[in-house]
Design a protein around this ligand. Structure first.
Ligand code: KG4
Ligand code: ZN
Length: 343
């Protein structure tokens, strides 16, 4: 089955063509325009998606040897959560393409898409599993009973972990986005030289809070702390919190697998800690390839393929709208289901 997938939820424009879960061609354009503003400017992001998306689609189709949209079996786009203006660009293009070619359209939940980075077929992961979704916008723990049944255990009460990386990096003059820069700055630093608070660190609590930590970093920075030590201490506190909470839930539910996804899973300290802990416990660990940690269209295509593998006629209504926040407890890949073409 050929799926054309589109992702425009924030500041990455991405298109991928998949044959089932395998990638035939993909393009991603990460908007650099925002770095001089120290964060994503929503209106600029939407305008860049409008400019960039058609070219990416053309390149993906031409590399795949596809001459007409009718050769595609299903179309999928992220519907939310994300920046509504950005989402609307990819969503509108994809709905129009599906309608014009008379094929299925699937509106995909961005959080579910991140988890489906690991979907290679119904048996690719052993359940029960727990998942850590950790990005610039979200920090969530899920209990996963099957690919179509993920239950939210808890999320952040304030800043997401990636947001805390970004804000801490920004105040230390490391630019935006700051996760990777802060990780580099931590090389050679001694985390024990600077003591930072560890908010909501009780591993039994499946909730997170990172905004106080960011404030503590600011106070240390203003009082002249060494950058490498401060970055190393910050990174260690965040990784300790993420890993301890994830492992507590894995032990509690006797998980066979741990899934990790989202931009912060590019962090090497987090990746290494997860590898070590899962090896000790004999739990299968699913970490995305580095290029699929941040937003991409392959994960959207895999989420669509998972839905279609379970229910081949599944489709979203063409009235499926963009949405900024997800506030449920059961995470589904499909944002809305088909009612009527006229709705
Ligand atoms: O998943 P993603 O592309 O976007 C959202 O859906 O939010 O994640 C982006 C986030 C940013 O906050 C970025 O700073 C963080 O992932 N990030 C990292 C690293 N690389 C990216 N955080 C820590 N260490 C990294 N190496
Ligand atoms: Zn994301």
């Amino acid at each position: 089955m050929r799926i054309l997938a589109v992702e425009t939820s924030c500041d990455d424009s991405a298109v991928a063509l998949l044959e089932d879960s395998s990638v035939i061609a993909e393009r991603i354009y990460s908007q650099s325009i925002h770095s001089k503003h120290g964060g994503v400017v929503p209106e600029l992001a939407s305008r860049q998606h409008i400019e960039i998306l058609p070219g990416l689609v053309k390149e993906v189709l031409s590399e795949s040897g596809i001459n007409t949209l009718r050769e595609i079996d299903a179309f999928a786009a992220t519907a939310g959560p994300g920046l509504v203006g950005s989402l609307l660009v990819g969503l509108s293009w994809t709905k129009a393409a599906a309608f014009a070619s008379g094929k299925q359209f699937l509106g995909i939940n961005h959080l579910s898409a991140h988890l489906h980075t690991h979907y290679k077929g119904p048996d690719s992961v052993k359940f029960p599993a727990v998942a850590l979704l950790v990005s610039g916008g979200h920090t969530c723990l899920f209990n996963i009973k099957s690919w179509s049944h993920a239950v939210l255990l808890g999320s952040t009460r304030d800043d997401a972990a990636g947001e805390a990386f970004d804000k801490s990096a920004k105040l230390a003059g490391l630019g935006y986005p700051g996760g990777e820069a802060l990780e580099k700055a931590a090389i050679g630093g001694n985390p024990d030289n600077i003591s930072l608070p560890s908010p909501l660190s009780d591993p039994t609590l499946p909730e997170f809070s990172f905004s106080g930590l960011k404030t503590a970093v600011r106070l240390q920075w203003e009082s002249g702390a060494n950058l490498a030590d401060l970055a190393a201490s910050f990174q260690k506190v965040v990784v300790d919190i993420l890993v301890s909470k994830l492992l507590f839930q894995a032990d509690r539910s006797d998980a066979a697998s741990i899934l990790a996804a989202g931009g912060v899973t590019a962090n090497n300290l987090l990746r290494n800690r997860l590898r070590d802990e899962c090896e000790k416990r004999g739990i299968s660990l699913f970490l995305p390839e580095k290029k699929y940690t941040t937003d991409n269209a392959v994960m959207v295509g895999r989420a669509a393929f998972a839905v279609l593998s379970e229910e081949p006629t599944a489709r979203s209504s063409l009235s499926c709208n963009a949405f900024s926040r997800w506030s449920g407890t059961i995470l589904k890949a499909l944002c809305c289901t088909y009612k009527s073409m006229l709705l």
